[in-house]
Design a binder for this molecule. Structure first.
Ligand SMILES: Nc1ncnc2c1ncn2[C@@H]1O[C@H](COP(=O)(O)OP(=O)(O)O)[C@@H](O)[C@H]1O
Ligand SMILES: [Mg+2]
Length: 239
């Protein structure tokens, strides 16, 4: 047996929009990226540099125009839509700037949703959702609906939901983008906890250079290309 296979292998990823039309636009110009199991990586870059486009491809929400992408050894390029939906549900936990929780549904039910799609029984779902809300410090608000929660609390619920099916990869696109500094700290500490205690592989897209510095590797995108890769300090304020 060789060493564990990488979680992410991207080779020559190109993304074009409006292909064949006069407004055809190439957004990603050939991205190469490899992420190993248990790594915590940050992607930084100015607004419009292609971070979310890259994240959508990493998350199998969108397909590249050219290039190869393997997630846990599975060729995303050739996988069918149903297989991709299954991969998104089982292997990836998504966290977005805008939380994307379902309104009129309790925190507990929101966290249960990916487990429902995965076919888990009601009893297993509610038990695991309660454990995950405990993990993110939200047990006392598990009956609350999103509109009864602060931004930081919503994001903690969203992180619990991302963990629902014990994914191998957590993808977070500007998860602290809508939060104040103190609340960002709480959210960032949660990512460190998932990384250190649950050994999750995490790709964090952020505008915040200080938060990026806390990860193990900082990748800078500019105009759809990786222009810099360096080690992060890897230190953080987590108690
Ligand atoms: N569906 C789309 N059609 C055309 N252009 C798009 C589409 N989505 C994003 N873009 C363009 O791609 C570029 C990169 O966008 P994005 O990946 O959202 O950047 P970032 O997340 O770094 O701010 C921007 O110029 C944006 O306008
Ligand atoms: Mg973006």
């Amino acid at each position: 047996m060789s060493a564990a296979q990488p979680v992410i292998v991207m080779q020559g990823i190109v993304k074009r929009y409006s292909i064949g039309k006069p407004n055809e636009l190439e957004i990603l110009h050939g991205i190469d990226l490899q992420v190993e199991p248990g790594e915590f990586v940050a992607i930084v870059g100015e607004s419009g540099s292609g971070k979310s486009t890259m994240m959508n491809i990493l998350g199998a929400l969108d397909r590249p125009t050219e290039g190869h992408y393997k997630l846990n050894g599975v060729d995303i390029q050739t996988a069918g839509d149903k297989e991709l939906a299954n991969i998104r549900n089982r292997q990836i936990g998504f966290v977005f700037q805008t939380f994307n929780l379902i309104g009129r549904m309790s925190a507990l039910k929101n966290v249960e949703l990916p487990m429902l799609y995965a076919g888990m029984t009601a009893r297993e779902r509610s038990q695991r959702a309660a454990e995950l809300l405990d993990l993110v410090g939200m047990s006392e608000r598990k009956k609350h609906q999103p509109n009864e929660l602060s931004g930081g609390q919503k994001q903690r619920v969203a992180i619990a939901r991302a963990m629902a099916n014990d994914p191998s990869l957590i993808l977070a696109d500007e998860p602290t983008g809508a939060l104040d500094t103190a609340t960002s700290r709480v959210v960032m500490d949660l990512f460190h906890k998932l990384h250190e205690e649950q050994h999750k592989t995490i790709v964090l897209i952020t505008h915040n250079p200080e938060l990026a510095e806390e990860t193990q590797r900082v990748i800078t995108l500019r105009d759809g290309q990786i222009v810099n890769v360096r080690k992060g300090a890897g230190v953080h304020g987590r108690a």
